[in-house]
Design a protein around this ligand. Structure first.
Ligand code: NAG
Ligand code: NAG
Ligand code: NAG
Length: 206
């Protein structure tokens, strides 16, 4: 019985451990972690609420008074009930590896067309879903679709997308969008409008 308990405890503790990343996680959207305020945002590429949030958040972070003060990283957290979401994350890793500066265009495009990968994709095979993301990448970034199709055979990119998801779990993320400001979750931030974001951030800046 004790052995069983010890074994179970060992499995449990293992399941809470993720490998040490080779570099800082998240797509560096703005600045870096030396900035006074740093926001980690967890998005699902084909989540309707994430898609609706992005235009506003992108407006928030591009404001002049935050320049050189704010840093932002995007973490992709594919929700299991968005069946094709993990493939969006995987394609995203291929975009980042090929030309990281184009990631934002890819993310924006998929958000705008998220339903192509949800209700319009219910009858697609896995291969057809890969094709659809590869096409989305080409449309939005000019990176050839074949680069993304090859990416779906690349184990390292698969692992990076998995690690991003595991990191979200590790930080206690269970839905998207989730905002962590200076490492602490701000549960209400997903519902902030522009003026609420600004009063929140101005308050932090003092
Ligand atoms: C991080 O940001 C600071 C302040 O904006 C800048 O001086 C520094 O060069 C940046 N570091 C890297 C590695 O980009
Ligand atoms: C998916 O297939 C079902 C069964 O053939 C069909 O009723 C449905 O309209 C299809 N959906 C789409 C979005 O193509
Ligand atoms: C933002 O939300 C607050 C609180 O609900 C509201 O008072 C304010 O009018 C809103 N501002 C804009 C610009 O929508």
């Amino acid at each position: 019985m004790i052995l069983l308990t010890v074994t179970f405890a060992a499995i449990l503790s293992l399941s809470y451990t993720i490998q040490t990343p080779q570099r800082q996680l998240g797509y560096p959207l703005l600045g870096n972690r030396t900035r006074e305020i740093f926001i980690d945002v967890f998005y699902d590429n084909i989540c309707e609420v994430s898609a609706a949030n992005w235009p506003l958040f992108s407006q928030v972070i591009s404001q002049e008074y935050l320049r050189n003060t704010l840093g932002v990283a995007v973490h992709i957290f594919p929700l299991p009930y968005h069946h094709n979401s993990f493939f969006a994350a995987w394609a995203g890793e291929a975009v980042i590896q090929t030309d990281a500066s184009k990631y934002r265009d890819y993310m924006t495009y998929v958000f705008k067309n998220y339903d192509d990968f949800i209700s319009k994709a219910v009858n697609l095979t896995e291969g057809e879903v890969h094709q659809a993301y590869a096409k989305a990448v080409e449309m939005s970034t000019g990176i050839k679709a074949q680069v993304i199709l090859d990416g779906y055979k690349n184990r390292d990119l698969d692992l990076r997308a998995r690690l991003a998801w595991k990191y979200g779990c590790y930080r206690g993320v269970s839905g998207t969008p989730t905002f962590m400001v200076n490492d602490v979750e701000v549960p209400e931030a997903g519902g902030f409008n522009l003026s609420q974001w600004n009063s929140f951030l101005r308050n932090l800046l003092g």
